[in-house]
Design a protein around this ligand. Structure first.
Ligand code: FES
Length: 100
């Protein structure tokens, strides 16, 4: 497998073996298939993974993109994902969703 240029972690609210946080209640897992489709469509070499609670629950749904270490919050749907991926392609950050 080719090493990805980016690794995107989407909070799915796991604490231990249970998923029970705000991001899950705001349907964060639904972001993952859309992200995966968009990454393919855009030709971005990136991997998406669900993560445990990122401890930014009040800003959820939250995600973090490495290797840049960019933390985003309030990712409520496809429009927000589009803006974030647009920024990633342009080599900038989507300031509107930054939570750090
Ligand atoms: S549940 Fe997502 S940051 Fe805590």
């Amino acid at each position: 497998m080719e090493k990805p240029d980016y690794h995107i972690f989407v909070c799915c609210s796991f604490r231990g073996t249970e998923a029970k946080g705000k991001c899950l209640r705001k349907e964060s897992p639904n972001l993952i298939p859309y992200l995966q489709e968009e990454l393919v469509d855009r030709g971005l070499n990136a991997m998406v993974a669900s993560s445990g609670c990122l401890n930014r629950c009040d800003d959820g749904p939250a995600m973090v993109i490495y290797p840049q270490g960019i933390w985003y919050g309030n990712i409520n749907g496809e429009a927000e994902v589009d803006e974030i991926l647009d920024a990633l392609e342009e080599g900038v950050v989507a300031e509107k969703y930054l939570i750090t």
